[in-house]
Write a new protein. Structure first.
Ligand code: IPE
Ligand code: IPE
Ligand code: MG
Length: 246
């Protein structure tokens, strides 16, 4: 079997994706296979974030966006939702210090509205602590939905038109992108989904318009550096044409 370091050594250092986004899926199935509770699966998933963030830093990926809680995940049981909120708060507290040491900035992509006060506070503290860091951005999609984000942008633009500060003919793709949650990260180079599902599940609908997509069969808690490097290798083998021809 190929070793993680061997694969990493073979990667083209000049073709590292700037922005990688991951749909971290499969925590529940992982837990079920181990005879554990779903929340134990989410805990194992949260632990794995550190490993993949490190792999990004080693390779020079500048932005990592992680889908942690979708606007559709409100359909789950109250018990699971509460434990996910609790886990997010704990994660922010435990890891923001470590991320801070390695000069990583944490960003939140999504809505605070609907989240418990305590979770909002914990997120806010993590963002505040790391706000001046410049080595890499880790964006956490929490209470995030791609359609919600687009509707929010449309509303902000409509408000500006109504206020007379923007005219309809000045609404371009660039202007629209300025109204996304994280305007500076409006293009994703590589989208990874774990657990073998071939769907987008309302993730970054605007930003993935020209992303390369890699679906890994591995469940998120087991998704190792090795799997990550393989996804990067896959990405590097693609010819990104953006609609043009050489
Ligand atoms: C992904 O794991 C994490 C969240 C959606 C919060 P799942 O909980 O969706 O795991 P599966 O898909 O049931 O295995
Ligand atoms: C997508 O996974 C959301 C996150 C990873 C946070 P889901 O497990 O919620 O997506 P579906 O239900 O399979 O589409
Ligand atoms: Mg799932």
């Amino acid at each position: 079997m190929e070793k993680a370091q061997d694969i990493a050594a073979l990667l083209d250092k000049d073709k590292i994706p700037r922005h990688v986004a991951i749909i971290m899926d499969g925590n529940g199935r992982w837990a079920e296979r181990q005879g554990k509770s779903r929340i134990e699966g989410h805990e194992a998933g949260a632990r794995n974030v550190k490993e993949i963030t490190e792999a990004c830093q080693e390779l020079g990926v500048k932005v990592l966006t992680l889908y942690a809680f979708s606007t559709e995940n409100w359909r789950r049981s109250k018990q699971e939702i509460d434990s996910l909120f609790h886990l997010m708060g704990r994660y922010m507290k435990q890891y923001s210090g470590q991320l801070h040491k390695t000069n990583v900035r944490l960003l939140h992509m999504g809505e605070n509205q609907g989240l418990p006060e305590k979770t909002i506070e914990d997120i806010q503290k993590g963002l505040e602590l790391t706000k001046d860091n410049q080595n890499m951005d880790v964006c956490v999609g929490f209470n995030y939905g791609g359609r919600r984000e687009i509707v929010r942008a449309a509303r902000q633009i409509a408000d500006a038109v109504q206020a007379g500060t923007l005219s309809p003919e000045d609404i371009t793709e660039e202007v629209f992108a300025q109204h996304l949650y994280l305007p500076e990260h409006s293009e994703v180079d590589l989208l990874i989904r774990t657990s073998g599902e071939f769907r987008i599940s309302n993730f970054m609908l605007w930003q993935i318009s020209y992303s390369e997509i890699v679906v890994s069969p591995t469940l998120w808690p087991d998704f190792s550096k090795d799997d990550f490097y393989k996804a990067i290798r896959d990405y590097q083998s693609r010819l990104r044409r953006f609609g043009g021809r050489p």
